[in-house]
Unconditional design. Structure first.
Length: 109
């Protein structure tokens, strides 16, 4: 599947669905999102809705959504402490008119 497991230099921290993805126009870039594809995580401490907000971006700099609010505090604190987090797509499917993405987040050691 191409998803990195605990290999001695990365530790699996979390697996979650990307929140807010239904508010993005992904019809054009969806075909470029593949299982095992890397996504980047960006802290948004100035986000007016959630101080611990972490946005999820594809490798072409298109925002996909967010780490769910109920799951982002520890990840945000790790990013704030200059820890390196890597994230990869592990599931991708369409329900009705919405794309669902699940990602795994690793701490690079």
């Amino acid at each position: 599947m191409g998803i990195r497991k605990n290999s001695g230099y990365s530790t699996l921290l979390w697996e979650c669905e990307v929140a807010g993805i239904r508010y993005q126009d992904l019809s054009v870039i969806e075909e470029n999102l593949s299982i095992g594809g890397r996504v980047t995580l960006t802290r948004e401490p100035d986000n007016k809705f959630d101080y611990f907000a972490i946005s999820v971006w594809n490798m072409k700099n298109k925002k996909l959504g967010y780490i769910p609010r109920r799951e982002n505090i520890i990840l945000a604190r790790l990013i704030d402490a200059d820890k390196t987090l890597e994230a990869f797509i592990v599931e991708k499917d369409w329900t009705s008119k919405h794309l669902n993405l699940k990602i795994r987040i690793f701490l690079s050691e």
